[in-house]
Design a protein around this ligand. Structure first.
Ligand code: HEM
Length: 279
């Protein structure tokens, strides 16, 4: 029998979806696959749109996982949190590989539709900003592009009012006997945490004796692993941008590559990087 003759209904495959939920119904594919509307005739605009849309879908899952991990850590449920953090790293690995697809678009191809983007830019991604805020990079100026959207502003403001993922990790470490500085535990969580000597020394104790602090050691390494992937995402982005637009200004109005290079200096979990130097 060739594959042309083979009929899966003979072994029970369902084919009547007049009154049943189908694959497309469940996944709402009409909505998802109906959401690509290029504004030009340029062949590559479809790639550009899908690359951004799929990134936003993965970001949605990353937010789902990171928020759940933070809640789990606050409840001392570290093992499920670690599993979720491992998944988020894999999501970023996926996003990192995706740049290879976008890099097939040359500068000449991009210029065919760039003007159609107007002032729109990933800089205005509410989900991306939510991820940065969730992780503790809390620049309030980044609220401004969302002022026109009450729902996104509400979500970002709520995120600023909550402890970041790292705040919850430091609180957990304190509960587990690591004694974090009280000023850090009681800090204004709306602001970005910066390197603190007491926190650094606390992590030093963990890294000097992993066997006594195995759970915190493992959790810290999960965070480092994730930030490592996130850094690669930032680096891949800026390299792709330089490759495609050189040093032109961004459609969002920043200096472009100069702005993105500055973002490479962001440190989400500063003490976890610094502790390596003092071991
Ligand atoms: C040819 C492709 C791309 C170019 C030329 C490009 C260019 C830029 C530039 C110049 C900026 C700085 C803000 C501005 O002035 O516009 C920016 C920011 C940003 N882009 Fe892209 N980008 C590209 C692809 C992507 C993709 C696929 C994503 C995935 C969602 C993305 C997400 C972002 C985000 C989240 C920011 C804000 C980063 C931050 O504030 O740290 N970009 N992009």
């Amino acid at each position: 029998m060739t594959s042309n003759d083979y009929d899966p209904t003979a072994e029970g495959a369902e084919t009547d979806f007049a009154r049943r939920m189908s694959y497309g119904d469940y996944l709402q594919l009409d909505a998802i696959l109906g959401a690509q509307h290029p504004l030009s005739d340029a062949h590559d605009e479809m790639l550009f749109i899908i690359q951004h849309q799929t990134s936003e879908l993965w970001m949605r899952l990353a937010i789902h996982e990171l928020s759940a991990a933070r809640r789990a850590i606050a409840r001392d449920e570290v093992s499920p949190a670690m599993k979720m953090l491992a998944r988020v790293s894999r999501i970023f690995e996926q996003l990192n590989s995706a740049w290879d697809v976008l890099r097939t678009m040359t500068p000449s191809e991009y210029t065919h539709f760039r003007s159609k983007l107007g002032q729109s830019s990933g800089f205005q991604s509410g989900q991306y900003r939510l991820i940065e805020y969730l992780l503790g990079n809390r620049n309030h100026a980044m609220l401004k592009p969302h002022a026109h959207d009450a729902e996104v502003t509400r979500l970002l403001e709520a995120e600023l009012a909550a402890p970041s993922l790292y705040d919850e990790v430091l609180r957990l470490a304190d509960r587990k006997g690591l004694t974090m500085p009280s000023a850090v535990l009681a800090r204004d969580v709306r602001e970005t945490h910066s390197l603190n000597e007491g926190v650094l020394q606390a992590w030093r104790r963990v890294y000097e004796a992993p066997e006594t602090h195995w759970m915190l050691y493992e959790l810290a390494e999960k965070l480092v692993d994730f930030e490592d992937y996130f850094r690669r995402w930032r680096f891949n982005h800026v390299t792709t941008v330089e490759r495609v637009i050189g040093f032109k200004r961004g459609t969002g109005g920043t200096g472009g590559v100069s702005y993105l290079k500055r973002m490479l200096e962001v440190e989400l979990f500063p003490e976890l990087w610094r502790v390596r130097t003092i071991l």
